[in-house]
Design a protein around this ligand. Structure first.
Ligand code: ASP
Length: 476
């Protein structure tokens, strides 16, 4: 590593910057001011910010305000950043004070130095391409940073949405596979009434489908950007041509159906769109964690728990207890959910803390939201591959549990009333006899009548499905 430096100046004073660095004095000051998380800016965010700088250079050139050679060099430098070539040059911490100005200036300096180099200027001279005058031309941190944040959310949500489609499919497959596995449903952790394991998994598939649609709907909010509004939404320092063309040009580069906000003041000062996305991501995480709680309960044991299903064994469970296997995948999914709930609270507080024309807390919103989305996507992936696809059911044990439970007495109510049914249920629990045995013993119903009333499959069906099943049974 070279120890040579160059001297750079900003409005605070002068500073030694490593001679080879593409970043400049402002990025270096920010690095020193914010030694906070040790996590740098998200690479997808860097790529999107570079796309915005590229769109701005093209638009300013078309407006006749940025000479061709400078614009070409800036576009080339942006393309290099987009390709990930200058990744090491982005040195500011993901969490910074200053509403993202440090991130924006880090980008402006890297592009200015690289574009200057392309035009034959030494790093740090900024004679041909200046970070503020040329790269940041017609922009403010306050419009480029939220726009880059929205593009990044869109990029990160796409794989999450795809992962949820896969999860829904796998759950639906399990629902089919377990459709004839009858077990005892529980409410408030007490025996309730029979249910088919397939119905339980169908419920999970429906939940995931709803979560996915909710995310899809919220992601559309990200298409509306405040680019062109500059500092406070009044578009100061922006030419008419740039104002009308910057978003369509960015749309061409990104492929997203972007729209310039009708009310740029609102779009600059409010972060509710990010809160909405975080909210739907959190909702999905909470749902998945609830499902994982169920999977842990249903697979508990193997001898002393519910033991209704088996999760695939993924690793040794214990350092001290030989042969123990733990439900590690549902456990990790739940932890991801707790993490996301915490992030959502942070994002909510940050959005609430905006003042007047700007919200200064975008860095923490982005840092947490990006992490929420990607960790959820990865959690969904491991949940599918390492858990859901390999779940098996202990059919006989499920049936035994259902048959030995007094819960099926509920089905007697329409025939003998709640009071008599409760007496049967209580006696069953006390004596260990089955509900069926007691009803027959007491001559309350005939065997034939009971066959229909206490048919556990019919207890899990309603409407057409029930009629078809009854007809099928009669025909046998
Ligand atoms: N975030 C800065 C504006 C900028 O960097 O463009 C401010 O409002 O103070």
């Amino acid at each position: 590593m070279t120890t040579e430096t160059r001297l750079e100046a900003d409005s605070i004073g002068t500073m030694e910057v490593p001679a080879e660095a593409y970043y400049g004095v402002q990025a270096l000051r920010a690095k020193q001011n914010f030694p906070i998380t040790g996590t740098k800016l998200h690479p997808v965010f860097i790529r999107n910010l570079a796309q915005i700088k590229k769109a701005a250079a093209i638009t300013n050139n078309n407006a006749g305000l940025l000479p061709e050679d400078k614009a070409d060099a800036i576009v080339r430098a942006c393309d290099e950043v987009i390709a990930g070539k200058l990744a090491e040059e982005f040195i500011v911490d993901a969490i910074q004070g200053g509403a993202g100005t440090s991130a924006n200036m880090n980008m402006n300096e890297v592009i200015a130095n690289r574009a200057g180099e392309i035009l034959g200027c030494p790093k740090g001279s900024y004679k041909m391409v200046h970070p503020n005058d040329h790269v940041n031309m017609a922009q403010s941190t306050n419009d480029v940073i939220p726009t880059a944040g929205k593009l990044t959310v869109l990029d990160l949500l796409a794989p999450l949405e795809k992962a949820l489609v896969r999860l829904e499919k796998e759950l639906a497959k399990k629902a089919e596979q377990f459709d004839d596995v009858i077990t005892m449903g529980r409410t408030q952790l007490q025996d309730a009434v029979p249910i088919r394991l397939g119905q339980v998994f169908h419920g999970y598939a429906s939940m995931v489908s709803r979560d996915r649609k909710r995310i899809e709907k919220a992601h559309r909010e990200m298409y509306t950007v405040n680019l062109g509004g500059t500092a406070v939404g009044t578009a100061i320092n922006v030419s008419d041509s740039y104002f009308y063309k910057i978003v369509p040009n960015l749309e061409k580069l990104t492929g997203y159906p972007l729209k310039q906000a009708e009310d740029l003041f609102d779009a600059t000062e409010n972060l509710d769109g990010f809160v909405a996305v975080s909210g739907v991501v959190k909702t999905c995480a909470v749902d998945l964690s609830k499902m994982c709680n169920d999977l842990r309960l249903m697979s508990s044991g193997p001898k002393t728990g519910f033991g209704e299903i088996n999760l695939p064994a993924k690793q040794n469970g214990s350092s001290i207890m030989p042969g123990k296997v733990n439900p590690v995948i549902p456990e990790v999914v739940s932890q991801v959910a707790f993490h996301i709930v915490g992030h959502d609270t942070t994002i909510t507080m940050a959005a609430e803390a905006g003042q007047l024309e700007l919200n200064a807390f975008e860095p923490v919103v982005f840092c947490n939201l990006f992490e929420s989305i990607t960790t959820l996507e990865k959690a969904v992936d491991t949940l599918i591959v390492n858990c859901i696809t390999g779940i098996t059911a202990n059919r006989k044990h499920c049936k035994d549990l259902m048959e030995s439970s007094a819960g099926i007495a509920t089905a007697l109510c329409p025939h003998i009333g709640y009071k008599a049914s409760a007496t049967i249920a209580k006696t069953a629990v006390k004596t260990g006899k089955s509900v069926r045995e007691l009803v027959l013993e007491q001559g309350i119903m005939t065997e034939k009548e009971l066959e229909e009333v206490l048919d556990p499959y019919l207890m899990t069906e309603v409407g057409e499905e029930r009629k078809e099943d009854e007809a099928r049974r009669k025909a046998c």
